[in-house]
Write a protein that binds this ligand. Sequence first.
Ligand SMILES: NC(=O)c1ccc[n+]([C@@H]2O[C@H](COP(=O)([O-])OP(=O)(O)OC[C@H]3O[C@@H](n4cnc5c(N)ncnc54)[C@H](OP(=O)(O)O)[C@@H]3O)[C@@H](O)[C@H]2O)c1
Length: 330
Amino acid sequence: MQLASYPDGAIAARDFRIATAYVPELGEGQVLVRLRRLGLNAGLANRIGGPDTAYGPGIRPGDVPASDGVVEVVESRSEAFGPGDLAVRKSPWRSIDVADAGELRAIPEPDPDVPLEAHLTVLGHVGFTAYTGMMRFGAVRTTDTVFVSGAAGGVGSCAVQFAKAVGATVIGSAGSPKKVRLLGELGADAAFNHHEGPALELLRAAAPEGIDLFYDNVGGEQLEAALEELHFGGRVVICGAASQYGKGTDSRGPANYTRMIHRQLVMRGFDVTHNEDLRPDFEADASNWLRAGKIRSIHTAIDGFDRTAEAFASLLCGGNIGRMIVDCDG
Ligand SMILES: NC(=O)c1ccc[n+]([C@@H]2O[C@H](COP(=O)([O-])OP(=O)(O)OC[C@H]3O[C@@H](n4cnc5c(N)ncnc54)[C@H](OP(=O)(O)O)[C@@H]3O)[C@@H](O)[C@H]2O)c1
């Protein structure tokens, strides 16, 4: 699946096309893999016709985007993998591909009770992102009241569950009644639909005693509201700023940032890719919580690799609850 042309306005499925490609012979240390599940990231949209970023180069017509996927080894010329083995990799949007074995992170003993999608959500990259932001930079505590914005998205749904798993009080925001209901099912103590009024009023109603920690995925009005409601010494973790993406030089920071002075607030951004040392802790905690039934995979599955572009366009319109994942088995 490749970008066919730059979008004229909002990104649409027609901006992509399926192309047939020649699969090269396997070299020593390489494996032939079949894509089973593909996780999609809204952030990819920023790279379409955009600049190179830490996550990869700008995407131009003819380029094949890549995001994290679960793959199954079909043929192997590597000692590390045999046919039938499952692994996670940053996967080009190709139904079948040749990969260097070193690019694959093995799923050693797949648990039949754990859906493959979990390796792209609570056990995967978005889970690791939420864990890094919540545990390392947010230093979440049982006594905290935590506000998570974009809480029904891929990262947000993990952040809510992880904060609940450590016993914090959690408030979540999302963009539809269905998403707000999901937050209740995930154990959020309060949740609001950010389309239903000014963010400050909605947050005050959901957290009348104020908040200690803000885990921010969206920025904009919700960040300003959180700065008003944080207690003295409160913390803000900047994970993303979805409301500001695509605005270029019109992108705006919080107008009320001087609240940070008088309340001695700490605001910290992070990029998960610089935190690999935390991965063993993440893997241990997330699998324990999963086994204990404290967390689960939250995802929207779209059937069929050929619907990847449709799934991506839907993700950009908020059509996902949890991570948007393409089930490529069909
Ligand atoms: N720091 C890192 O290392 C790192 C790593 C991965 C991702 N990220 C960032 O983390 C954030 C979440 O990623 P994700 O994969 O979870 O994406 P996602 O599933 O698309 O979730 C983002 C959510 O943001 C909300 N949103 C979008 N536009 C908005 C707007 N204008 N106003 C308010 N809310 C808006 C949408 O929720 P509703 O539809 O419910 O409004 C959407 O579900 C993104 O900003 C991403 O760039 C950061």
